[in-house]
Write a protein that binds this ligand. Structure first.
Ligand SMILES: Nc1ncnc2c1ncn2[C@@H]1O[C@H](COP(=O)(O)OP(=O)(O)OP(=O)(O)O)[C@@H](O)[C@H]1O
Length: 332
């Protein structure tokens, strides 16, 4: 049985309409007019226990709305949503007991207090026994290297340090389901790697099911075997990254480092899409010209220092899919 089942989930927000001018603003106060914004227009998917799934989409696509419904914070207008057989917003206490949530843009740690105080408070909130709490805390402190940070007030932590502490805070009650919303936003490369490695370990070694919402495609490539892509409140695609790529294009890129930056390597069956100094990027359809033939033609035309063939970056693929999804939040 799937851990999460979402079927035809719909949610519209009521938004007050602004009328132009001072009189309009006054009329808006006296007799406000509302319009509905369809945040979710029929979202369906299911997740098995132990999956690590990327939930991606452009701004306003409906990601946070979905996650808030799954977390029991919001109630949908219609549709089915069950997590481990429970309806999140009806059985909130039991539900949050097995759920961890991290919002990269916010912290659940107390700003002015040392990290350890927040950890203690969370023990009380989740009513975890002292021995279980100490075991979970010590393990997380070791895994995330938090030892030197525990007595530091949260406001003095760097963003990367704070994110590591927030991850621990979300996991102290040993949930088996974790929602991560932009966990690497604003982090430097080293901190991003640390967060990714930790999430991977959590999923692989402990079987924690993870839903990862992010705009960072490197997070997705590093972590997710499955990606659900939404736009305008609808699921546009659900599958592996390879399937996502194949859905959009079969094209490949040839990156050429020329010996002479001014050399011309025009080729009718490949398009130059970028030129930066001696580096030229060509895109081509392998059905129209094979990689071997293209490489042969390019190297015959100009001396070359280096060559690299790759798939278009996943950002590019996703941007094209977002484009196909139309404007985010547009009515169906
Ligand atoms: N509280 C709210 N009141 C009114 N409209 C809202 C509210 N929250 C979200 N919306 C609207 O619902 C739509 C979906 O928003 P949501 O926050 O779920 O998108 P998202 O995919 O998480 O976006 P982002 O990547 O920008 O965080 C958007 O059009 C947004 O403006």
């Amino acid at each position: 049985m799937p851990l999460i089942v979402v079927e035809d989930l719909r949610k519209a927000y009521r938004v007050a309409e602004r009328r132009p001018g001072a009189l309009g603003a006054l009329a808006g106060l006296v007799r406000p007019r509302y319009r509905a914004v369809d945040a979710l227009a029929g979202v369906s998917f299911s997740l098995e226990r132990g999956e690590l799934v990327g939930y991606i989409g452009p701004n306003g696509a409906g990601k946070s709305t979905t996650v808030k419904i799954l977390a029991g914070i919001l109630v949908p207008d219609s549709g089915r949503c069950e997590v481990a057989g429970r309806v999140p917003w009806r059985e909130r206490v039991a539900h949050v007991g097995r759920l961890g949530v991290v919002f990269g843009q916010r912290t659940q740690l107390l700003w002015d207090l040392p990290v350890i105080d927040s950890f203690e408070l969370l023990r009380d909130i989740y009513r975890v026994g002292a021995a279980d709490h100490a075991r979970a805390r010590d393990e997380l402190v070791a895994m995330l290297d938090l030892g030197p940070l525990l007595d530091t007030p949260v406001r003095q932590l760097s963003l990367g340090q704070r994110m590591r502490c927030d991850l621990a805070a979300a996991l102290l009650h040993a949930p088996d389901l974790l929602f991560l919303d932009e966990p690497t936003i604003g982090l430097d490369a080293v901190s991003k790697l640390a967060v990714r490695r930790f999430v991977q370990r959590l999923n692989r070694e402990r079987g924690v099911t993870v839903i990862l919402t992010t705009h960072d495609m490197d997070d997705i490539e590093a972590l997710c075997s499955r990606v659900i892509l939404i736009a305008g409140g609808r699921v546009l695609s659900d599958g592996s990254l390879e399937a996502l790529r194949a859905q959009v294009t079969a094209e490949r890129w040839l990156i050429v480092d020329l010996a002479d930056p001014a050399a011309e390597i025009a080729e009718p069956r490949a398009e130059v899409i970028r030129r930066e100094g001696a580096r030229v990027t060509l895109r081509f359809d392998p059905a129209a010209i094979s990689t071997a033939e293209l490489v042969g033609r390019v190297t015959a035309r100009a001396p070359v220092r280096d060559l690299l063939v790759q798939n278009p970056p996943i950002d590019e693929i996703v941007a094209r899919l977002y484009g196909e999804g139309g404007e985010a939040g547009a009515p169906p």
